[in-house]
Design a protein. Structure first.
Length: 82
């Protein structure tokens, strides 16, 4: 069920509110994959942060897709070219 919610949120660019390690966070999910240990993970940007983080599926609880909050992926701009 988590995978379906994440796939729909990624496709529609919806933010997700969830509990991760018992902390409530809002995430902009980018993609779902398996890590080196064979565990399912999701990569996404936690709101109010500038870096993409790996979140383990086992530690995710109470997922809610925020359909009214859309996002656009951040594209890092290299300062050398400015």
């Amino acid at each position: 069920m988590k995978s379906v919610i994440f796939q729909k949120a990624i496709k529609n660019r919806n933010k997700i509110r969830m509990l991760y390690k018992l902390n409530e966070i809002v995430v902009e999910p980018y993609y779902v994959t398996m890590n080196r240990n064979g565990k399912k993970v999701v990569y996404g940007r936690i709101c109010n942060s500038n870096k993409v983080e790996m979140l383990e599926f086992d530690k995710i609880l109470n997922i809610k897709m925020l359909e009214k909050l859309k996002f656009y992926p951040l594209i890092p701009i290299i300062s050398q070219y400015n």
